[in-house]
Design a protein around this ligand. Structure first.
Ligand SMILES: [Ca+2]
Length: 355
């Protein structure tokens, strides 16, 4: 392979093409359900957790170390409760939870997260989805096209949220970590405020490189990766929600600290930030808690009853590029060459890992 073709292959997944102008994806499902009330019953929703009920929250987490519940207003984004996550020095806690969801070829996952004041941003994971066949291998195994693919988000050591995806053309054994490519500089999250995160993964058509990833922060589309090949059989569908606040790779928490998640939704359509119902718009999530009403929120319905959970470690989280594939588009190549100069760079597969 020539150096030029290698360069094209390197950059192809970051091709933006016409999606450059696609800043939004409509108001989203949440706009129709103020405070997320009733959202769990929308036909497009596959999984829903509002954490408003302590007993349901603790049943969902099944006693796994690091999971708790809070009704403290400063730690609740909406309704009467939120998930309280405790990360303990010297550990990876909490381990992930992987409930099953109905099979789908496209999934959106939205959640709110807040880190405590003084949080040490050791690289750690956020939520996403998996597609897994019964014989799927674990972390550290390159997908075959027939056994698994996945995407979740994570926060790197520089406080940047990034994609973390497993696919057959990944660069290393621990998946790829493409950056948000629609904002420069990338957004670095801060402690002591709520953020609305949402990610999308669309499986490819078999035989084509037309899979996609998207990332929104507070309703702003900040990442769109195209040209992905996740699978070689359309029988391999997204079938797990991945809840994660896992610390690592190989590193662990450097202090005891807490963070909070609230209002998690998995759907087949764009969800968007929580709507306040005032003026018909969607919240941009800079608000703090809203606990004065709707004590039961959406009633704890939906996903709280999806209990096929299991727990496992995940050794991934490398800061490496997305591997080749995608169309050889010269216009996009020129665009991406410019983008590279703006800050898109290959992250060393090991050099950038603080292990
Ligand atoms: Ca809640």
């Amino acid at each position: 392979m020539t150096r030029l073709s290698q360069s094209i292959a390197l950059l192809a997944p970051f091709i933006l093409c016409s999606s450059w102008a696609l800043a939004q994806e409509g108001p989203g499902l949440a706009a129709n359900y103020p405070n997320d009330e009733g959202l769990a019953d929308d036909p497009a929703v596959l999984y829903f957790l509002d954490f408003n009920d302590e007993a349901e929250t603790m049943a969902w987490s099944q006693g796994v170390t690091g999971y708790g519940w809070t009704s403290e207003p400063a730690h609740v984004f909406n309704g009467s409760g939120a998930l309280e996550i405790s990360q303990t020095v010297g550990t990876h806690d909490p381990y992930e939870i992987h409930p099953e969801i109905a099979e789908t070829d496209i999934a959106y996952v939205r959640w709110y997260r807040k880190w405590q004041p003084g949080y040490d941003f050791t690289q750690h994971k956020m939520s996403g989805v998996y597609a897994k066949s019964p014989d799927a291998t674990g972390a550290g195994e390159i997908p075959t096209g027939y056994d698994k693919y996945s995407c979740k988000l994570y926060v790197d050591f520089d406080r940047h949220p990034r994609f973390y995806t497993y696919h057959p053309e990944q660069d290393g054994i621990y998946g790829d970590a493409p950056h948000m490519n629609l904002v420069d500089p990338p957004i670095a999250v801060e402690a002591d405020r709520w953020y609305c995160f949402e990610m999308m993964i669309k499986a490819n058509t078999v035989g084509e490189h037309d899979g996609e990833l998207k990332m929104w922060i507070d309703g702003q589309l900040v990442g769109h990766i195209e040209g992905m090949r996740f699978r070689d059989t359309d029988e391999l569908k997204i079938n797990e929600f991945t809840y994660s606040a896992y610390v690592g790779g190989n590193w662990t928490s450097e202090q005891d600290q807490q963070l909070w998640d609230d209002q998690i939704v998995v759907a087949t359509e764009y969800i968007g930030p929580l709507s306040t119902g005032s003026g018909g718009g969607s919240s941009t999530s800079t608000s703090s808690s809203s606990t004065s009403s709707s004590g039961t929120g959406a009633g704890g319905s939906g996903g709280d009853t999806n209990s096929a959970s299991n727990y496992r470690t995940d050794d991934g989280g490398c800061g490496c590029r997305t591997a080749g594939g995608g169309e050889r588009n010269w216009t996009a190549l020129l665009l991406l060459t410019a983008l590279a100069g703006l800050g898109l760079r290959r992250r060393g597969s090991d050099a950038d890992r603080r292990v």
